[in-house]
Every structure is written in structure tokens, then in C-alpha cells.
Design a protein around this ligand. Sequence first.
Ligand code: PMP
Length: 445
Amino acid sequence: MTLAERARRVIPGGVNSGQRSIPGFTDLVIARTRGSRFWDQHGREFTDYHAAFGPAVLGHNDPDVAAATAEAGTTLALAGVGVTEAEVALAEELTALVPSLEKVLLTSTGSEATFHALRVARAATGRDLVVKFQGCYHGWHDAVSLNVISAPERVGTKDPTSTGILAPVLDATLVLPFNDPEAVRRVFAEHGRDIAAVILEPVPHNVGALLPTDTFLRTLREECTKAGTVLVFDEVITGFRHGLGGYQEICGITPDLTTLGKAIANGAPIGALGGRADLMDLFSTRPGGPAFFAGTYNGHPQVVAAALATLRKLREEPVHEHIYRLGARARDGLAALYRELDVPAVVTGFGSVFVTYFMDGPAPLTYDDLLANDAARFIGVRRALTDHGIFELPLNLKRSHVSYAHTDDDIDRLLEATAKAVRTVLAEGTPTDLAHTSTMGGAQR
Ligand code: PMP
């Protein structure tokens, strides 16, 4: 029996997180990771642009992060009482770096951070409703597991990503199109006094990359301020990957609360929730307080050491300069390639993130725009890329990432391999199991 078969006998679906089991790659067993590469159990090497959905901004097993983690492990285990010097240092650093952060709490995952953001927003306002946007993913929990990427005709309908979610939770979640300031004004005109929070990925990377318009972000800030609604930027992907101050520093709009995760610690399990001190102070240290917050593993010494080492490297080395440059090279090179091959394609992204939608331009602004993407070709090209040792996740609308460990040679190889993969798909057509692939359905990661 293969390892993947053994996995399916004892692990539901054979994997430990949704969307790790990929059609066509259900027997993938990862044996080793290093820098820009991973290897499977058969020794096949892949240059990895999936990057575990984004955390590995420095590359897998960064030696400095690994050393800091190991050292912390020899001196300090989780005591689960009081605070450590490293936790204080990390909180000081996070609050100094990210504009909206006056105070910050650590979690183990991004989902916990978004859960607590909504909980404290409801505690602060005494209101129930939460507004989220099509194309944005904020975690697995009930409060945001609604209409992750609904089709336009299903906006406003109850379309949970899972059964088992209580109806009142679904009722309290309103879903709007991204980049639509009019829709924002309308929802506030109608429900303003009942909206506790607006939550968004400032760049919805869970559907590749929708770049926010300035008017949209400004409208959100204005309407939330007027209505006393808590504006939450979910920067679990954008934070630290796009810059030390997150996307909020880049766009110049400061939310009330920010959720962080992924790239903070280059892959160690950590999330964070921070923001206005008056909101964060509602988290009491006692059960029954205005908002309760806890977690056995929060602030785990090794994970905090990984975060401090990652942030140090992001500050002291030209990481962002490097990943932005390679990201731009990938986007420019791919756009030129598709022009040359006369394949309709929109190559977009931001900084180190790139994605090619197989559709005519201009760059998409809303999830509806993405319905024009040829999903079968999107997945077909990525499947073909694996034959050339390149791994971009072969699922529709997934983004790809460049890390500090990727090199110019890697980008050259990406461009050469993509040319070959696209020619194969053009010559052979997309596999029949992809012919009816919809852009709909399935949670984003
Ligand atoms: N927010 C965003 C924007 C995410 O992309 C994710 C995970 N992909 C989460 C929250 C949830 O984070 P986690 O998987 O660490 O719970």
C-alpha cells in the first residue's frame, strides 16, 4: 500500500487541511523542503511557487529562522503562565511596524485571529451584522464561512462553505461584491446601525489578485467611521509579504483592527490580532469579560522566536526588494509570453504574488470579472508545468508566490517551462476531467 493510500485509510480525505488533496495529485507525498524547492517521496524535485499558501516568504527552512527556533527550544518550553521577554519584544515590534496596531495578541492561526476580530467587534458595538466580500477567505469558522466565492446570482443568498453552521450566524453575515463603493454605501444606508464589522482582504489573494481601488477602500473607511463600525483588514496573506507595515501602509488607509499570520514567522504556526487599544482592551483575561481570549499555544516560545528571526531578516536584508523584483520579472515575462503565443491572458498580482487568468483584459476588479477566466486552461497549464518541475497549485484561481530563496535562474526556468506547458495545452487541449471545471465552489485558502 502506498503512503497516500495509508493516509486515506486513517485521515479523512488523506490530508490534514482542505485543498491539500488536489485532483490529479492525490498521491502526492512531500518528503523534503528547502529554499525554493520541495521533493516528493520519489525524489522528484519541484520549484515551489505554491509556498504553502504563502507563509514561506524567505523560502522553506530558512537557516536563520531554523536556528532561532532550535535555540529557543533548548532554553524555554511553554510555561503557560505569565509572559516571556520574547513575547513582549514581538508585540513591541509588531505595534511599531503595522500602522493600525496599538496593541496586539498572538494566536496560533489566522482563523483564530479573524474569529476574535469579529467577536470583539460585536462586543464593542453590541451589534450582530458582519459585512464581507466575494472572493475573500478569512478562515474556516462559522462567522465567515459564508459565500466565500459565490456566483453573482447567489450573492445575498445563504451559501455556506460547510453544513453544520447555525442559521443565525448565516443570517448575520452580509456578502457584497469587492471594489463596489455603491454597494457599500447602500448596505450602510440600510443596515448601518446594525453592522458590527466590515472584514476584507485588502487584496483578495484567495482568488488570485483583485487590486482594490482607492475609492473602494476610502469609502469603507468613511462609512465605517460614520456608522461606528469596526473596519478589519485581514492581512493574513498581505502582511509582511507585501511590506513590513502590511498593505495598509502601502494604501495609506488605517483599519481599526488587523489580522496577521502566514509570513510573520515564515511558516511557523502563528497568527495575530491587533488594532485600536480601546478595542483590544475589551479582551479581558477572565472568562465572562467583555470579550474572552485564550489559547494554550499562544505565544509559544519557539514560534515567537521564529517570528522575531523572520522579522529581523525582513528588516535587515533586501528581502522585499528581491521578491518584488522577481515578482515583476515573472509577471512581465509571462505577459510577454502570452502575447507572443497569442493566448488571451491577464497576468496580474502584487509584489511577490503573480497569477495568470486566461481571459481578455482588463485586470479584474470583482469576483464576477473572474467568471471569464478559462478554469480548465488555468488548471491544465499548471498540471503541465509539473512535468517540467514547476509547482503552481493546480486549482482554479490560486495565486503563486516568489520567496527570497528564488533566483533569477528560477524565473528563467519558470518562463521556459510555462512556454512549453502552454504549447502542450494548446496542442493537446485540456484534460477531459477539466472540461467542465467551474470557477465556483470550494473554500479558498
Ligand atoms: N485570512 C486569510 C486572508 C487567509 O488567506 C487565511 C488562510 N489562507 C486565513 C485568514 C486563515 O488562516 P489559517 O489557515 O492560518 O487559519
